[in-house]
Design a protein around this ligand. Structure first.
Ligand SMILES: Cc1cc2nc3c(=O)[nH]c(=O)nc-3n(C[C@H](O)[C@H](O)[C@H](O)COP(=O)(O)OP(=O)(O)OC[C@H]3O[C@@H](n4cnc5c(N)ncnc54)[C@H](O)[C@@H]3O)c2cc1C
Length: 387
């Protein structure tokens, strides 16, 4: 996006990427439906950036969700609003959009150099690149670093830039997993039986967080939409308390009283599993969770069983590693940057995208803030060149 803004003024832009092709994470984001932005009100939208709302809001005011949709339309691709308010390109995929975008950039005389790994600065302040043809030093008039976070490193963003920026005196908040899964100490029996099973239509409560949705049981623990949405709070609690206990309501449409009344019906010769299924519809992985966490004798106590169906505590003991996360928290601190996202101690060097110190849930907020920061960095470069 920075390249687009700068080249639109006729300034020559070169883009360097370590990978054999560009936009690999963008393409990956399109695999399960490219959620480019969200259609909710601007006030709601900016609130999704939590602690960094004050820093992200000015960027979104210049290039926000509406401008992003217009930009996609400008590349010849229509968008639509899904039932949840999320915005997708028609066709849901990233590849047609990336193709149209790269053509537009190439037509604007942006040149792409692949297999170019940036390795920091040389002693003379030139940019140092490792290429298949050996090291290369470059002295551009301005530089935009948009190196991504530290997750899914096989797609290119490996977070190695942290050390070079730190050496150059930039303040970096350590990279942490965001929109990530968590480890749970499942018993081997539960893990074996339920790995990969979705847990649908449950309400997850954690502190002030309360939301209905679904997630997936994995060998190591839990992952998926509902967990990702709460993941920043859960991650921070684990880092201070050593664990985070979430509470699950596995029958959100039923009251405690309704459950107790149904479960009080005589069980007769039915097994507990069949009684749970027949009376209150709890079966499969939900029943498995009760067996995993409740002592056997509690299954005979209607009040306790009903209570735990609606308030099942699950202890999450560690976030999954950064490389597995959807996105990265931490990064270049806004205190190190001016309002144009230029590094204060390195005039002419700008930063954009996920490498900045912000995080947001899934819902199109990640890409939108990446585009918005690229736009600001691009206009910042033009101002810098003018000056
Ligand atoms: C599975 C998955 C699904 C996602 N789905 C969505 C979604 O639907 N909606 C949404 O909003 N967000 C989604 N995201 C997040 C979104 O894709 C990222 O936030 C976004 O791509 C970050 O953009 P970026 O340009 O900052 O970094 P990246 O897209 O990571 O790009 C960074 C680029 O820098 C290059 N690079 C890194 N280091 C160097 C170096 N030293 N030298 C040269 N080049 C280097 C990399 O090769 C890469 O091309 C998803 C992420 C994942 C993993």
């Amino acid at each position: 996006m920075a390249a687009e803004v700068i080249s639109a003024r006729g300034v020559k832009v070169d883009v360097y990427d370590s990978m054999p092709s560009v936009g690999r994470k963008f393409l990956m984001a399109g695999k399960s439906g490219l959620n480019i932005t969200h259609s909710e009100t601007f006030e709601q939208f900016v609130s999704r950036y939590g602690k960094r709302q004050a820093q992200i809001e000015p960027l979104l005011k210049k290039f926000g969700p509406d401008q992003l949709r217009q930009w996609v339309h400008g590349l010849g691709i229509e968008t639509f609003v899904g039932t949840s308010g999320r915005v997708f390109p028609v066709g849901m995929k990233a590849s047609p959009l990336l193709r149209a975008w790269l053509k537009h950039l190439t037509d604007s005389h942006v040149t792409f150099y692949l297999h170019h790994k940036w390795r920091g600065w040389n002693a003379d302040q030139s940019l140092r690149f490792e290429t298949p043809a050996g090291d290369k030093a470059l002295n551009p008039e301005a530089t935009v670093l948009a190196l991504g976070g530290g997750s899914w490193s096989r797609l290119g963003s490996d977070g190695m830039w942290v050390r070079w920026l730190e050496q150059a005196g930039t303040q970096i908040e350590p990279l942490k997993p965001s929109n990530c899964g968590f480890d749970v100490a499942w018993t081997p029996q539960f893990r074996e039986r339920f790995d990969g099973h979705p847990i649908k239509s449950v309400v997850l409560s954690f502190g002030s967080f309360r939301q209905q949705g679904e997630f997936i049981v994995t060998k190591e623990g839990v992952e998926g939409g509902l967990i990702y949405t709460a993941s920043a709070m859960i991650r921070d609690e684990i880092s201070t308390q050593g664990k985070a206990i979430i509470s699950l309501d596995m029958a959100p449409d039923r009251s405690l009283e309704w459950l107790a009344e149904k479960l009080s019906k005589p069980r007769g010769s039915r097994t507990i599993a069949s009684h749970l299924e027949k009376t209150v519809g709890i079966k499969g992985v939900k029943a498995g969770l009760l067996h995993e966490f409740l002592p056997k004798e509690d299954f005979a106590k209607v009040e306790r069983l009903s209570f735990f169906i609606k308030n099942l505590p699950i202890s999450l003991i560690a976030p999954r590693p950064l490389d597995e996360a959807i996105s990265t928290a931490g990064g270049v601190m806004f205190e190190s940057l001016d309002e144009n996202l230029m590094i204060r101690s390195m005039p002419g060097v700008f930063c954009a995208g996920e490498m900045l110190d912000w995080e947001a849930p899934t819902g199109g907020y990640l890409l939108t803030a990446c585009f918005a920061s690229g736009y600001t960095a691009g206009t910042g470069v033009l101002k810098w060149l003018d000056a």
